[in-house]
Design a protein around this ligand. Structure first.
Ligand SMILES: [Zn+2]
Length: 155
């Protein structure tokens, strides 16, 4: 994050440029929600006092899903990327958004390593012993699961 500390962006312009069906409405804009699709303009975008983009999907989509669908994160909604200028709640939000890809990666690892375990169990079940390489792979699987656990516990 240090490389982008002082960059000032135009979050509303950035977001609008990635949305479909954008139409001026009231004090802001309406657009089709990229997260749940559909034809109606259920996404509301308003420029906040500080230049931040305020986004709301009236169909109930989570902000992470809406932004993720167009390749953005919560941090992209704020005009400066200087975390020091954010309120504690905004900072928490940015950190939470940043952690989601890591959590998804950790869950992928868990699913894959569970498969490795199942394969080994099936082999043992057939009365075949495990090759030393397979045993080694199981140890690696255990290490990866512990790593994934660390990621999921990190705040
Ligand atoms: Zn939506």
């Amino acid at each position: 994050m240090s490389a982008v500390r002082s960059i000032v962006t135009d979050p509303v312009g950035l977001l609008l440029s990635r949305l479909d069906g954008v139409m001026a409405a009231g004090k802001g804009w309406r657009a089709r929600c990229p997260a749940h699709g559909g034809r109606s303009r259920s996404l509301s975008i308003v420029a906040g006092d500080n230049g931040a983009a305020l986004v709301h999907c009236f169909a109930g989509c989570q902000i992470h899903d809406v932004l993720g669908a167009v390749g953005l994160t919560v941090g992209d909604l704020f005009p400066t990327r200087d975390l020091g200028s954010l309120t504690p709640e905004q900072r928490r939000e940015v950190r939470r958004a940043a952690a989601i890809p890591k959590w998804a990666g950790a869950l992928d690892v868990l699913a894959m390593e569970a498969n490795v375990m199942l394969l080994a169990a099936a082999q043992l079940d057939e009365g075949r012993s495990l090759h030393p390489d397979d045993l080694n792979r199981l140890r690696i699987a255990a290490l990866r699961i512990f790593d994934a656990r660390e990621v999921l516990h990190a705040r």
